[in-house]
Design a protein around this ligand. Structure first.
Ligand SMILES: Nc1ncnc2c1ncn2[C@@H]1O[C@H](COP(=O)(O)OP(=O)(O)OP(=O)(O)O)[C@@H](O)[C@H]1O
Ligand SMILES: [Mg+2]
Length: 488
């Protein structure tokens, strides 16, 4: 059976022998180190004792106490101090080494026996508790690992300098590195090019104690890129100081690719629609011009011919009266036809817009609207000094046209206000009616193609369209168009 081994570190060889004798008689195996040989930790280790009795005055007290602490912490061996005195200073220092006992010289056999037994028993109990705690810790660590490794999101823990201290299997799979290639590396080294922004530096997320999400690209070991949503929360130590962060990563590479594809085709559709719109506008302009110039002129020529004829009819008594009446009604019809042609031409594309600009064109539009619908139109157009490009004027004009058509068709209004002005470096068009008010769900409904068309018209110029409605109070549509460089 293993005999309990006690190491005596004593300055006085005679005292050491005394203690040895006592302990041997109690059935312990003993050995002594004489203090003037400067006992070191490795010397103590060689003896493999179960307990150390240490004379703390043998060296300078502090050295003895330091040695005791190392024996206890480093070798997990209990230490009993033997001291000639119990002066306050030595006691205070000794306390810090947390000895298992403190015996005063000269040693009494019973006291020594009691202290040795108590220390050994206490150490055994402590060891048992420590082992149990270690087992519990190990099991919980295992469970934690299993949980963290089987989770469908990547998880990493960073220290306060942004160094990865822990990573789960999922993250390793995402990034294509082995655990040992990732642990100890700064997160920033693994990020995709151009993704290293300030907030991703070592102190990322240090300020706010809450989950914060960012989109990040990472460079895999095989050079491919992956995209993730990273949600991060800071970790604080017991004193409340920032000590790093835990981050959960969701792989969104596939989703992002689909999104990019969607965005691309969306952009393509958008530019196609713009292109078609501009073709339609050019075509309208051309046809309007032809109707106005060609057809209008030809009709006018016909009208002149008619009056020429009227002047050359035979005397009235020879049937000339009837011919004259016929010519009169033909001339009236001709006037109406000329008006219709002008109207069609103007509706297609008002010549005013090209010749005189936006303000006269809107004035004409409002007048025409009022004549047709009997809805009163109040105008406040104060942007004479604003120079707009033809495309931009066309967009504003077409939006006004569509807005007025909507008022006539849906609003049941009795009055419309059109306001065009320059405000804070932008052109602002406001069209409000006093009708029933647009319903909230219509404003962004995918079936509201007219409204969507207005938004699309203004988008290339960096403009914005806002629509608000109040039940029974009316609808207001406002377009804001930056006047600086954006115009095409
Ligand atoms: N001034 C308004 N007052 C009340 N409701 C409105 C007004 N303007 C639009 N709306 C509502 O918003 C809907 C969408 O308008 P939008 O111009 O997009 O389509 P639409 O006029 O019905 O058809 P179109 O495609 O021919 O323009 C309308 O159907 C109408 O219900
Ligand atoms: Mg409409």
């Amino acid at each position: 059976m293993h005999k309990t081994k006690i190491l005596i570190i004593e300055g006085d060889p005679a005292a050491a022998r005394d203690i040895e004798r006592t302990l041997s008689s109690l059935g312990y195996s003993t050995s002594s180190l004489i203090a003037d040989k400067k006992p070191t930790l490795s010397l103590v280790k060689k003896h493999k004792p179960d307990l150390v009795l240490l004379d703390i005055v043998l060296e300078k007290a502090r050295r003895g106490i330091d040695l005791a602490r190392n024996i206890r912490d480093g070798l997990d061996i209990p230490v009993i101090f033997i001291a000639p005195t119990a002066d306050k200073r030595t006691l205070r220092m000794a306390q810090r080494a947390e000895p298992f006992g403190y015996l005063l010289k000269p040693l009494e056999e019973k006291t020594l026996e009691f202290a040795v037994k108590m220390s050994l028993a206490r150490h055994a109990t402590e060891k048992m508790f420590k082992e149990r705690a270690a087992r519990i810790f190990e099991e919980s660590e295992k469970r934690y690992r299993q949980l963290v490794d089987n989770i469908s999101e990547g998880i990493i823990i960073q220290d306060k300098n942004g160094i990865i201290t822990s990573a789960n299997e999922k993250f390793l799979g995402m990034i294509g590195y082995k655990r040992e290639e990732v642990i100890g590396r700064p997160v920033t080294e693994l990020l995709g090019e151009g993704w290293l922004r300030k907030e991703e530096g070592p102190k990322a997320g240090a300020e706010e104690d809450r989950w914060k999400s960012v989109e990040l690209a990472w460079k895999r070991k095989d050079g491919k890129s992956i995209y993730t949503i990273l949600s991060r929360k800071p970790i604080y130590d017991v004193k409340g100081r920032f000590s790093g962060s835990v981050a959960v990563l969701t792989d969104i590479t596939d989703r992002r690719e689909v999104e990019m594809e969607l965005r691309r085709s969306h952009e393509e559709l958008r530019s196609l629609s713009l292109h078609l719109e501009s073709i339609r506008e050019k075509e309208s302009k051309r046809i309007a011009g032809e109707i106005h110039d060609q057809l209008g002129q030809q009709l006018t020529a016909l009208k002149i011919d008619l009056s020429w004829l009227a002047n050359r009819i035979p005397p009235l008594e020879e049937g000339g009266k009837e011919i004259l009446e016929k010519i009169g009604s033909m001339s009236d019809l001709m006037d109406k036809t000329i008006q219709t042609v002008q109207k069609i031409s103007a509706e297609l594309r008002p010549v005013l817009l090209d010749d005189l600009g936006l303000v006269p064109a809107i004035e004409w539009l409002a007048q025409d609207f009022e004549n047709r619908t009997k809805i009163k139109c109040r105008l406040q157009l104060c942007c004479d000094n604003v120079a707009l490009t033809p495309d931009c004027s066309t967009a504003i004009f077409r939006i006004s046209q569509e807005a007025l058509t909507n008022v006539a068709r849906h609003a049941r209004a009795t009055r419309v206000d059109i306001n065009l002005r320059e405000q804070n470096g932008a052109l602002v068009l406001k069209i409000s009616d006093n009708g029933k008010g647009i319903m909230e769900d219509k404003i962004y409904s995918p079936s509201s193609l007219g409204l969507m068309g207005m938004r699309e018209r203004i988008r290339p110029f960096g403009g914005e369209l806002q629509i608000t409605g109040m039940p029974r109070k009316g609808t207001t549509l406002s377009v804001t168009l930056p006047l600086e460089t954006k115009q095409k």
